[in-house]
Design a binder for this molecule. Structure first.
Ligand SMILES: O=P(O)(O)OC[C@@H](O)[C@@H](O)c1c[nH]c2ccccc12
Length: 262
């Protein structure tokens, strides 16, 4: 069994437990549930911002501990101040060291927040809304095309935007009318290999009306310029900043480099 299958198996158990502990009606009473979500699309196309979705990630299955000494509030405030278009906050505990509390703590910011998790059930989407997320991730590698469509429609009915993540050609069929934002993960979630070139080739096969996000393994501004030229609109970056002692400062100096080259 690969790591992704293991995560999903565990996730299903976790969702069943959480449903029993906090039914949907209880989540809907959470303070954030009625807030109007912010738009990732609007923020990504705002010329005053950088197009970067800056991620808060303490650890990962491929790298182990990345940074467990920084606070989510301080880092995300720094990301937002330096021009991030969106924040991504891992809420998966077992593999990434994240939590719903992390996302709620990041809600001090007034830019969109992506709930980064392995979503397999509507319940997690209600939960995302209740903890203050604006955008959810749906990963093609762990869902059928029908599931993607169903979950995406449900998220949109709550006013949340959806980022559909694909990795290879075999997942092009997961793209549907309910998924106008498509992320191409440069990292294979089953083997952890990163390949920027194959992502660039893949976007030629994605319908041209989609907003395109490049995800993972981006560690320099040159890569951003190449991927922009190829047609990507947004860039999801985690480790490049999180591995530094002060991720917000690392992001700010990255943004300076981006501006210099514009
Ligand atoms: O830290 P990186 O290599 O910059 O990658 C960020 C993000 O793309 C990555 O965390 C990610 C992409 N898709 C995921 C799905 C689940 C968990 C994590 C991810």
């Amino acid at each position: 069994m690969n790591i992704l299958d293991k995560i999903v198996e565990y996730k299903k158990k976790e969702v069943a437990e959480r449903k029993a502990a906090a039914p949907v009606a209880m989540l809907e009473r959470n303070g954030f549930f009625d807030r109007q979500p912010l738009s990732l699309r609007a923020s990504l196309t705002d010329p005053a911002k950088t197009g970067v979705i800056a991620e808060f990630k303490r650890r990962s299955p491929s790298k182990g501990v990345i940074n467990d000494r920084v606070s989510v509030e301080a880092v995300t405030k720094g990301y937002a101040a330096a021009g991030a278009s969106c924040l991504s906050v891992l809420t998966d505990g077992p593999s990434f060291g994240g939590s719903s509390e992390d996302l709620m703590a990041a809600r001090v910011n007034n830019i969109p927040i992506l709930r980064k998790d392995f979503i397999v059930d509507e319940y997690q989407i209600v939960e995302a809304k209740a903890i203050g997320a604006d955008v959810i991730l749906l990963i093609a590698a762990c869902l059928s095309p029908e599931e993607v469509c169903r979950l995406a429609k449900f998220a949109r009915s709550l006013g949340l935007e959806v980022l559909l993540e694909i990795h290879g050609e075999d997942e092009l069929g997961h793209i549907c009318g309910a998924t106008p934002i498509v992320g191409v993960n440069n990292r294979d979630l089953k083997t952890f290999t990163v390949d920027i070139e194959s992502s660039i080739r893949l976007i030629e096969r994605i319908p041209t009306d989609k907003l395109l996000i490049a995800e993972s393994g981006i560690d320099n501004v040159e890569t951003i310029f190449r991927m922009k030229d190829a047609g990507f609109h947004g860039f999801l970056i985690g480790e490049r900043f999180m591995k530094e002692q002060d991720p917000a400062i690392a992001f700010a100096s990255f943004v300076e480099q981006l501006k210099m080259r514009r």
